[in-house]
Design a protein around this ligand. Structure first.
Ligand SMILES: Nc1ncnc2c1ncn2[C@@H]1O[C@H](COP(=O)(O)OP(=O)(O)OP(=O)(O)O)[C@@H](O)[C@H]1O
Length: 319
């Protein structure tokens, strides 16, 4: 479809509605004849609703203007639209972390980002469905980038920089930090493929994309369109003497390390024993807490506007 035939909906996080660079970029594109509607959110939930309504309003591309949380809401709204009617997703990153946009190589400034979202091609990517059963109520949420769980999720959702120190620091500074944060592990039984493991984890990461928490690469080999989740398990340690091994393994992501395991799966379920605390999760920046949940890949569910040659697409592997 030609750019002039596209109908664009910008869903702007109300926090950024006055962003001068975005306003200027929209004005410029409109002057160039582009058909742009802008809707600004008032509160959580609006972005998903606007995205869900987009197809009926004749929109062909929905452009999420905000941080990872806004992108996540828009993805959830788009997933409520039938697959063959689902508008493509573009991103103008205006958040504090912007992990998805950064890792896919999209422009980070509003002007170039809007231009990219309006003119670049859209590529089909996987979306991950997370279902949870809590007191007989079932909830379904989607994400496109990464979910972190356990203590790691607590840190990523509170202070992204703290996780950076955990992963990037030396063993002794890590130990001090962990003590200061009163770190804890989360217990549960994990099931994937034909495997089952009862374990105690500091961190679980389920990556469709590669990074979260403001630049933490937790799924370095993930591809957005390979039909698989890249799973990182970081087991708890019992003494400071074990920390150098743990920190080393976090640099190499071994398939079967002493503390770190990295593998792929199409589906992963986590179940806690009754009486154990529920797992804190951060789904593309959105915090929640579940006793039992299942994450599964919905292959090629959403077209996302990405840079040509994006390293996160397996179609670009040969380049
Ligand atoms: N008008 C508004 N004012 C303040 N907050 C809003 C408004 N509309 C939506 N929100 C909230 O903003 C959250 C999303 O924020 P967003 O991810 O865009 O920014 P961020 O947190 O700075 O980004 P990042 O995750 O990249 O750090 C939503 O969960 C929603 O609840």
């Amino acid at each position: 479809m030609k750019d002039s035939q596209q109908r664009f909906l910008l869903i702007v996080n109300g926090k950024s509605a006055g962003n001068p660079a975005l306003r200027e970029a929209v004005e410029e594109q409109r002057k160039a004849g582009m058909n742009i509607t802008v809707r600004s959110t008032w509160e959580g939930g609006d972005a998903a609703q606007f995205a869900e309504e987009a197809f009926d309003a004749g929109i062909t591309r929905v452009i999420a203007c905000g941080g990872d949380g806004t992108v996540n809401e828009v993805v959830n709204g788009l997933m409520r639209v039938a697959h063959d009617k689902r508008p493509a997703l573009g991103i103008v990153p205006l958040g504090s972390a912007n992990d998805f946009a950064t890792s896919t190589g999209l422009p980070l400034e509003p002007g170039p980002a809007l231009s990219a979202a309006m003119t670049l091609d859209a590529y089909p990517v996987d979306v991950v469905r997370v279902t949870a059963e809590e007191e007989e109520v079932s909830t379904t949420k989607y994400y496109v980038n990464m979910t972190t769980g356990g203590f790691g999720a607590e840190i990523t959702s509170s202070t992204p920089k703290t996780l950076k120190r955990l992963l990037g620091g030396g063993a002794y500074s890590v130990m001090g930090a962990l003590k200061a944060w009163r770190h804890r592990s989360y217990r549960g039984t994990l099931r994937w493929g034909d495997q089952e493991e009862a374990t105690s984890l500091l961190l679980l990461a389920m990556g469709n994309g590669r990074q979260s928490g403001g630049g933490q690469v937790l799924a370095p080999r993930a591809k957005l369109d390979d039909g698989r989740l890249d799973i990182l398990l970081v087991k708890d340690f019992s003494s400071v003497a074990e920390l150098p091994t743990l920190v080393n393994e976090l640099q190499s992501f071994p398939a079967e390390g002493e503390f770190v395991r990295y593998f792929t799966a199409t589906q992963l379920t986590v179940t806690t024993q009754s009486g154990d605390p529920a797992w804190p999760l951060t789904l593309d920046g959105e915090a929640c807490q579940y006793d039992r949940f299942c994450a599964e890949v919905v292959p090629l569910a959403l077209r996302v506007i990405l840079p040509e040659g994006c390293a996160l697409l397996s179609t670009n592997d040969r380049h």
